[in-house]
Design a protein around this ligand. Structure first.
Ligand code: AHM
Ligand code: MG
Length: 333
């Protein structure tokens, strides 16, 4: 049995260090954690609950929704709408924002999430995750609009993800480093298992969907080509490659053993600047990666400095071990 610090204890102790904290943020995080426990349960049961397969609908991005995309989105909404900490929510699965409905009171935070990232993996029983980001509603705003969500990543109050893998884990940052928790299903609590995680600055492992190679820009083609040449190429070392197609799993691997992850700009669909979405994928992951000592960039600018232009805006993503990301930025120059 694990008798460590629970996530609840951890966030309450963190709250005590913030002068003037009201406990609102702590309660909000607790509700997010409850949603994640419910999602972990449903994902774990899978076909036993009849939740695999397509929902027969499309989301705002024109992607076919899985039943679990719809169910997990609903779990996030229902768990977080009632307590009075939020003014509104937004999600990958909803075109417009969700205003906290009557009779619930509205609070000062905004929550934005991807309820089930990597959902193409769900039917084949490969890891998926939930990504979330917490922002402050602009001062005095009780009826937020989508515009109020368009804040650069540097303004995030907190960000985190849950990874539904062999264990369910949650990684969290509120701007003072990154801590990781593992769900003990027997007692129903997340226990602190990964304290102050640091990404190793050097790595010999990269992650990219190489089926898109012909659509990449020259700097990314050069980088991957040099990695593939291994000991015989300019890098003088052999590289390893992984591609889970679940960003949460890739970022988690990078936090634990280093690496670099790329979903770069490509010419596959010229109307899209990349595949991943800024507000609920790239920004929260960038916050976590930077807080763990890594870097996150489009190749041309720091992701968290981007002034968002839309709720579902896409961006190129290059993140992970500092020295590799710096090399990629230099190639883009
Ligand atoms: P999703 O939010 O619809 O699941 O899409 C995001 C996922 C990321 O988790 C992953 O990195 C990427 O899409 C995989 O894309 P591809 O199928 O092109 O390899
Ligand atoms: Mg996603």
């Amino acid at each position: 049995m694990h008798s460590g610090t629970t996530l609840t204890q951890f966030i309450i102790e963190e709250q005590r260090r913030v002068v003037g904290a009201t406990g609102d943020f702590t309660s909000l995080l607790n509700d997010v954690v409850t949603a994640i426990k419910v999602i972990a349960h449903v994902v774990n049961k899978g076909d036993l609950l009849g939740v695999l397969g397509s929902a027969g609908s499309e989301n705002v991005q024109g992607e076919t929704q899985k039943k679990l995309d719809v169910i997990t989105n609903d779990v996030m909404l229902r768990s977080n709408e009632w307590a009075g900490h939020l003014a509104a929510m937004a999600s990958e699965e909803m075109e417009d924002i969700f205003l906290i409905p009557k009779p619930y009171p509205r609070g000062k935070y905004l929550l934005i999430f991807d309820p089930l990232d990597g959902s193409s993996n769900i039917d084949v029983n490969i890891s998926v995750g939930t990504i979330f980001s917490i922002l402050r509603a602009p001062e005095g705003v009780t009826d937020p609009t989508a515009q109020d969500f368009l804040q650069p990543g540097t303004r995030q109050v907190a960000a985190g993800y849950a990874l539904y893998g062999p264990s369910t884990m949650m990684m969290l940052t509120a701007g003072h480093g990154v801590n990781g928790f593992t769900l003990d299903r027997d007692v129903g609590e997340f226990i602190l298992t990964h304290r102050n995680v640091q990404i190793t600055p050097d790595t010999r492992e990269f992650a990219i969907n190489t089926s898109n190679e012909r659509f990449w820009e020259p700097p990314v083609q050069r980088y991957v080509e040099e990695c593939l040449q291994g000991k015989d190429g300019p890098r003088g070392e052999n590289f390893n490659m992984r591609w889970v197609a679940s960003m949460v799993a890739e970022v988690h691997r990078i936090l634990v053993r280093g690496g670099v992850f790329l979903y770069p700009k490509d010419t596959k669909d010229p109307s899209k600047a990349g595949k991943l979405r800024l507000l609920y994928e790239a920004n929260p992951m960038s916050f976590i990666v930077e807080q763990a000592g890594g870097l996150s960039s489009t190749g041309r600018e720091r992701i968290m400095d981007i002034k968002p232009g839309g709720l579902h805006q896409r961006v190129p993503v290059i993140l992970g071990s500092r020295n590799e990301v710096e090399r990629l930025i230099a190639y883009h120059r």
